[in-house]
Write a protein that binds this ligand. Structure first.
Ligand code: LLP
Length: 439
């Protein structure tokens, strides 16, 4: 996919540079991003909306992968960005992301975060609760500001994905329920709250979704509610219908997602059909893709070390990373594909399982993958690791977080430096009393 290929020397090449060369230069584990592929996906989303003729806004969901370079890239491509914490907001602002194009999400924004956002001139708050509505209204009024808000609604759509990442159903910590009437109350309350202006309604039905049915149902329910809010509740400033993110990607050959633009086509067609049926002007359509923009563009490189062959049972091949840099297999039973980057042209000869180096049996990156006979020192490339890998990485077992490089046209730039052992202990403090007379 993207700009990766196998060259005449049998080497996996990403963005014009051999993966094994990247591993040598920057060390492993290493997150490698194919910059051209990220830009290509973003542009495909834009083109699909342009074709629809609707007004639109695409916000990159930065939780999938948030670094200053990524924020900069997203800003340069003209998208908005969705942040869910003071930390993501800070990263975007430090990368000079235009604050008016930052959308602030989260089901429990703290007063500090809200103040930080108001002071920075954040363009949109996606309000998730009555508590937040009241808090935001009060803090904005205190500062003499009016914050643009969308209300996060649950449209009661169940999609087929992992339960941890399914969010549109009724029993969820997120948002106001359309079916239970709290969405209606939220609109009424928002219209009476000083310091906020209700400009849109929002939903997010889940992540890694492979079909368009759920989106169409969500659009239908949201459209109905949108028009009701205008006509019955007098929501005069309402102009945005935000349907969130969640477009699925191909992690393995078994996955069968649609092309990114197919989701947009389905959504824009549904919006046109519903609003025509309801006899009112088309809204601006907003989406928030994260995974689909960065997932396929990321590859993690590891160095293979020890192997353990249990005859007749399994061969374990260990790499120098694992659940600390990619917790998704352990958390969601996520499945990945891999290849030997330095012998990418060789036929697979054996079935092995890739183990991480953390001290627990659950630290398995891939169960059963066919590879050429592996040797210590080979470079393993795990594909499609661009979303929710770096962003969910931890220092478990006090492992340092890997470096991140962006590659394009034969150039490689470090966008996040590898952590050092000093980074690991920089916040550590030994209480003075521990030292008294003990050592
Ligand atoms: N908008 C909202 C309100 C969201 O909650 C999310 C993801 C997105 C947009 C972006 O969804 P995407 O296009 O990336 O599917 N850590 C999990 C995924 C959690 C998704 C959380 N919300 C994983 O590794 O699969």
């Amino acid at each position: 996919h993207g700009t990766s290929r196998v060259n005449e020397a049998g080497q996996l090449v990403i963005g014009g540079t051999e993966a094994a060369e990247l591993a040598k230069r920057f060390g492993t584990p290493l997150y490698v991003y194919d910059e051209a592929l990220i830009r290509q996906t973003i542009r495909a989303y834009k083109a699909a909306f342009e074709k629809s003729g609707l007004r639109y806004d695409i916000a990159y969901a930065s939780k999938a992968f948030c670094t200053m370079a990524m924020c900069r890239l997203v800003a340069d491509e003209g998208l908005s960005i969705d942040v869910v914490s003071g930390g993501e907001m800070y990263t975007a602002l430090k990368a000079n992301f235009p604050p008016e194009r930052i959308h602030f999400h989260g089901n429990n924004k703290t007063p500090d975060e809200i103040e930080q956002a108001l002071e920075a001139g954040i363009g949109l708050f996606v309000v998730d609760s009555f508590h937040e509505l009241q808090l935001l209204g009060a803090l904005a009024t205190e500062k003499g500001l009016v914050a643009d808000i969308e209300l996060r609604l649950s449209p009661g759509v169940e999609v087929h994905t992992h339960e941890y990442i399914s969010t549109g159903q009724e029993d969820s910590k997120f948002g106001f329920s359309i079916a239970k009437g709290t969405a209606r109350q939220a609109v009424e309350q928002a219209l009476q709250t000083k310091g906020v202006r209700l400009v849109g309604i929002h939903c997010h039905i889940g992540s890694q979704i492979f079909e368009t049915e759920g989106f169409k149902t969500a659009v239908a329910r949201m459209a109905e509610f949108y028009v009701m809010s205008q006509r019955e509740l007098g929501a005069a400033d309402l102009s945005i219908l935000n349907v969130g993110g969640g477009f699925g990607i191909r992690y393995t050959a078994e996955d069968d997602p649609l092309e990114p633009v197919a989701y947009i086509d389905a959504i824009t067609e549904a919006v046109k059909a519903e609003f025509t049926r309801l006899g009112t002007e088309y809204p601006e359509v907003a989406i928030e893709p994260g995974r689909s923009i960065v997932g396929p563009a990321g590859t993690t490189l590891y160095t293979i070390g020890s192997t353990k062959d249990i005859p007749g049972v399994r061969k374990y091949v260990s790499v120098d990373g694992g659940m600390a840099d990619n917790p998704r297999p352990a958390l969601y039973q996520a499945v990945y594909e891999a290849m030997i980057a330095n012998r990418a042209d060789e036929e697979p000869t054996e079935l092995v399982s890739i183990a991480g180096k953390a001290c627990e049996s659950g630290d398995m990156l891939i169960w059963d993958v066919k590879l050429p006979t592996v040797q210590a020192g080979d470079i393993l490339a795990v594909s499609c690791t661009g979303a929710y890998n770096y962003s969910m990485a931890s220092n478990y077992n006090r492992m340092v977080r890997p470096a991140v490089v962006f590659v394009q046209e034969g150039e490689a730039d470090v966008v996040v430096k590898r952590e050092t052992k000093d980074d690991l202990i920089k916040g550590d403090v030994i209480p003075a009393r521990f030292l008294d007379g003990v050592y």
